[in-house]
Design a binder for this molecule. Structure first.
Ligand SMILES: [Zn+2]
Ligand SMILES: [Zn+2]
Length: 375
C-alpha cells in the first residue's frame, strides 16, 4: 500500500474529536467529493476514498483505538479488516443509502451491490387516475438473520481471508508450458473462508425468501412508467448494500375513456336531432362522478367540449389535465314509418336551404368549380 494520509487529517478533525464531530466532518466532505458530483475527476475520487476509509475507522470505537495505538499498521495484513477496505461498497453502502438516498439518483459510481429486481404491475385506468397502493411479492435473497449476513455460524469468528489464495479467489497451476488460473478449491472462488458456516444460509450470508412490500403508485402514473425503490432489490450479503427494486407499471385500457398525457378523452354519441336542436347531456367522469355538458344547436361530429381540471394529475406537480367530450353525431337506423315520413319531409325542406348545411354547400360548390376546370 502507498503512503497514507493520517485519518484525522483526512477528515480535517482534531485527534480528540468526538463521534458527532467526526460524522459531521465526514458528511460535509463526502458531499463535496462524492463521485456523482465530480464525474471523471480522479483527484476528487481519491479524496473521496480517503475520507471514506478514514471515516470507516474513526466512526468505530474499536478500530479508532487500534488506529490510535498502531496507526495504519493496525489494518494491514491479518489485522481487523483484513484484505483491505473495499471501496466498491462494503460497509459504506448503508451510510450512503441513508445519507444520499434518492438525492443523488442513479447508481453510485461503480458501487457493488445486490442485484436489482424488476417487477411488472398492472393497474386499472381508475387506479392510475386516483393513485393506488399495491402489495408486491418478490422472491428474493435477503440477508440471513441467523448470521446477520456474515455467513458464519460463530459470531466471534468472522470470515477470514482464504489462506490458499490470499483472498484472490483464484489459484494458478502450472500445466506443461501453461499457467492455468482456476477458482480456488479451498474457498470455492469466494476468497473467504468460513470455519463454521451458518446452517441457515450455508455461508452465503443471504437466504431465499418471499418478501412482500407495499408500493405506492402515484396518481397520474402513465402506462410504461418505471418506479425505482432504492434498497429493495436483492440483499447484497456480507455488508454489501441491497440492489434496487424497479416496478414497471402497465395501465389497462378503459372501455370509455382514452388518455393522452394528462388529458382524458371520451367519445359521446349524440342523436342527429339532439345535435341539430341543441341539448344538455350527462357524461361520466373518471372519478366516478357525473358532469353536465351543453351541446349547442348545430353541433357537428368531432367537436370537443372541455371539462376543465377533470383529467389526470400531473406527476410531481399540482397541475391537472382536462377532460374532453368528443361528440359523435349518430345517424339513425331502422327508422319507424313515422320517422321515415318526418325525415322525408325534413329532407325535402332542407334541400332548399343552403345556409342550413354550410359544409355540404361549400363542398358542392368546390365540386362544381372542379368540373368546370377552375380548381
Ligand atoms: Zn446465515
Ligand atoms: Zn481461496
Amino acid at each position: 500500500m502507498a503512503t497514507k494520509i493520517d485519518y484525522y487529517a483526512a477528515l480535517e478533525v482534531s485527534r480528540d474529536a468526538n463521534g458527532d464531530e467526526i460524522k459531521r466532518a465526514y458528511r460535509k466532505l463526502a458531499m463535496k467529493y462524492h463521485p456523482d458530483r465530480n464525474p471523471g475527476d480522479a483527484e476528487a475520487e481519491n479524496k473521496f476514498k480517503e475520507i471514506s476509509e478514514a471515516y470507516e475507522v474513526l466512526k468505530d470505537d474499536q478500530k479508532r483505538a487500534a488506529y490510535d495505538r498502531f496507526g495504519h499498521a493496525a489494518f494491514e495484513g491479518g489485522g481487523p479488516g483484513a484484505g483491505g477496505f473495499d471501496f466498491g461498497g462494503g460497509g459504506l453502502g448503508d451510510i450512503f443509502e441513508q445519507m444520499f438516498g434518492d438525492m443523488m439518483g442513479g447508481r453510485r459510481g461503480g458501487r457493488r451491490s445486490g442485484a436489482d429486481i424488476q417487477v411488472q404491475v398492472s393497474i386499472t385506468f381508475a387506479e392510475a387516475f386516483a393513485g393506488v397502493k399495491k402489495e408486491i411479492t418478490i422472491p428474493t435473497r435477503v440477508t440471513c438473520k441467523s448470521c446477520e449476513g456474515t455467513g458464519s455460524a460463530d459470531k466471534d469468528q468472522p470470515p477470514e481471508t482464504c489462506p490458499s489464495c490470499h483472498g484472490a479467489g483464484k489459484v494458478r497451476a502450472q500445466q506443461g508450458f501453461f499457467a492455468i488460473e482456476r477458482p480456488c478449491p479451498t474457498c470455492h472462488g469466494t476468497g473467504r473462508l468460513i470455519r463454521n458456516p451458518c446452517k441457515e444460509c450455508h455461508g452465503a450470508g443471504t437466504v431465499e425468501k418471499n418478501r412482500t412490500i407495499e408500493v405506492s403508485i402515484p396518481a397520474g402514473v402513465e402506462d410504461g412508467t418505471r418506479i425505482r425503490i432504492t434498497g429493495e432489490g436483492e440483499a447484497g450479503g456480507k455488508g454489501v448494500p441491497a440492489g434496487d427494486l424497479y416496478v414497471h407499471v402497465s395501465v389497462e385500457a378503459h372501455a370509455i375513456f382514452q388518455r393522452d398525457g394528462a388529458n382524458i378523452y371520451c367519445r359521446v354519441p349524440v342523436r342527429m336531432g339532439q345535435a341539430a336542436l341543441g341539448t344538455e347531456i350527462e357524461v361520466p367522469v373518471v372519478d366516478g362522478s357525473r358532469a353536465k355538458v351543453k351541446i349547442p344547436a348545430g353541433t357537428q361530429t368531432g367537436e370537443h367540449f372541455r371539462l376543465r381540471g377533470k383529467g389526470f394529475s400531473v406527476l410531481r406537480s399540482s397541475a391537472r389535465g382536462d377532460m374532453y367530450i368528443q361528440v359523435v353525431v349518430e345517424t339513425p337506423r331502422h327508422l319507424s314509418k313515422r320517422q321515415r315520413e318526418l325525415l322525408e319531409e325534413f329532407e325535402t325542406d332542407a334541400a332548399g336551404h343552403a345556409k342550413g348545411s354550410p359544409e355540404s354547400t361549400g363542398f358542392f360548390s368546390k365540386v362544381k368549380d372542379f368540373f368546370e376546370g377552375k380548381l
